[in-house]
Ligand binder design. Structure first.
Ligand code: LLP
Length: 440
């Protein structure tokens, strides 16, 4: 079992007070000290899965691990992943800036995205982002200009759509042919020709794809490697150049509920490595450097959200709604993807789960439901609800909907807790607002 197959952070326990504890910290005390809603991240879980990735791929000589910053990015997380030897898959100026301002070199990182602005491309070139995954024809021209203006040559991968469908939510599938991302395989020849003939400040070094997210199948990674290696063999033969890198994207799933059975990191690594061995031989090319870009599987399981229980409503002959002090603004995944979560009550985790309730958020929409029909101990005002597996795409997709303040995030480890993101205050909230003179 690897950490992505655990339903809870790996240090989760019930302590002598009968409270839930993570990273040696009592969750009721954390709620009291830092307030709720609160994101709590377990450093041990993050480092364990990072090490599991490194171990699983150690059988292959040329492997580069990039952490997909979109899953959760703050300066502290950047420090942890850097110290584990990961580079970063970055998709915006903001993500680039975060890593850079944490004092981390960008040389191992990759800039990716389907509509990078010229300013972002300039920033990537200037700050020395190691590789850029170019998504489309416009970007080839823009990036070449940005590099030329600085007298630099930039190493690029071509993002391609491999035509592989995975069975995940439609919004998080990416590798199928009708996708907004990347060059269709039929466009690759034209792109390579342009790079070689016109874009002298771009050096093509490989190809990149990403099939989707929250993936439970392993065979599609095998297939993805085959598509990319075949493409490399075609390009090498036609243009007489050498491409040494393939980037397989991220996507490994995590266990949100008991019913979820994601594969282990080892199973994915074995599929990828065996496909590289077999298909490099099949297509007569050298074994490439492999890049992988996990996001969710690195931080998803490590993070939980704490909420305080408030009002409740029993609909006559219907559901019982119990409301908490957060909701769709700090975790939009249930309303966006019908994502299902599990929870415990941090102050009474051992009480019998004897009541079926629906956990509602505090935002002004009927769709603001965090968990539908979950069995929990009877909830009372002031109870602390712990929702598991909110570490990925929770904070990173959060908003200030209803002008509600964004929660704080703390990192726990060995009984110590440290703030990694401050709770917003009302001053932060209005700090960018301006009143035009004529309205004063
Ligand atoms: N690489 C590329 C090019 C990607 O587009 C993504 C995710 C990743 C890596 C990381 O994938 P992961 O290992 O996290 O599955 N907001 C959605 C997920 C969107 C994923 C977008 N791309 C959600 O909350 O489920």
């Amino acid at each position: 079992m690897t950490a992505n197959q655990s339903l809870k952070p790996i240090t989760t326990k019930i302590n002598e007070k009968g409270h839930l504890e993570i990273g040696g910290c009592d969750l009721v005390e954390l709620a009291d000290k830092y307030g709720t809603p609160l994101y709590v991240y377990d450093e041990a879980t993050i480092r364990t899965i990072a090490k599991e990735y490194k171990e699983a791929f150690s059988a292959y000589k040329n492997i580069n691990m990039l952490f997909a910053a979109k899953a959760f990015m703050t300066k502290a997380i950047a420090k942890i992943m850097d110290s584990e030897g990961f580079g970063f898959d970055l998709v915006s100026g903001g993500e680039i800036y975060t890593v850079h301002s944490a004092g981390i070199s960008l040389a191992k990182s990759l800039f990716n995205g389907n509509n990078k602005s010229y300013e972002e491309l300039e920033m990537a070139v200037e700050l020395g982002v190691g590789k850029i995954s170019v998504d489309n024809f416009l970007e080839l021209a823009l990036l070449n200009n940005a590099a030329k203006a600085r007298n630099k040559t930039v190493e690029i991968l071509l993002r391609v759509t491999p035509g592989i469908e995975c069975h995940t939510h439609e919004y998080i599938q990416t590798g199928h042919l009708d996708s907004k991302f990347g060059f269709d395989l039929t466009q690759v020849n034209d792109a390579v020709e342009l790079i070689l003939d016109e874009y002298k400040n771009l050096k093509l070094v490989g190809v990149h794809a990403h099939i989707g997210s929250q993936i439970f199948e392993t065979q599609i990674y095998y297939d993805e490697v085959e598509v990319l290696l075949k493409e490399i063999s075609i390009i090498q033969e036609k243009f007489n150049i050498k491409l040494e890198h393939i980037n397989l994207g991220g996507g490994l799933g995590i266990k949100y509920t008991e019913a979820d059975c994601p594969p282990s990191v080892n199973e994915i690594a074995e599929k990828i490595i065996s496909s590289v061995h077999e298909n490099a031989k099949k297509y007569g090319i050298e074994e490439p450097h492999i890049y992988i870009e996990p996001g969710r599987s690195i931080v998803g399981t490590s993070g939980i959200s704490l909420y305080t229980v408030g009002s409740s409503k029993q609909v006559p002959k219907g559901k019982k709604y119990v409301a908490v002090d957060g909701g769709m603004a700090d975790n939009p995944r249930p309303s966006l993807y019908q994502a299902v979560y599990t929870a415990d009550v941090a102050n009474k985790p051992e009480d019998e789960h004897s009541e079926k309730v629906t956990i509602a958020g505090r935002f002004c929409e009927s769709g603001d439901i965090l968990i539908k029909d979950i069995e929990l101990p009877p909830l009372e005002e002031g109870d602390i609800l712990c929702i598991y597996n909110t570490g990925a795409y929770g904070y990173s997709m959060s908003s200030n909907y209803n002008r509600v303040l964004k929660p704080a995030a703390v990192l726990v480890n060995n009984s110590q807790s440290d703030i990694i993101i401050d709770r917003e205050n009302y001053e932060h909230l209005v700090s960018l607002d301006r009143i035009p003179d004529r309205l004063k």
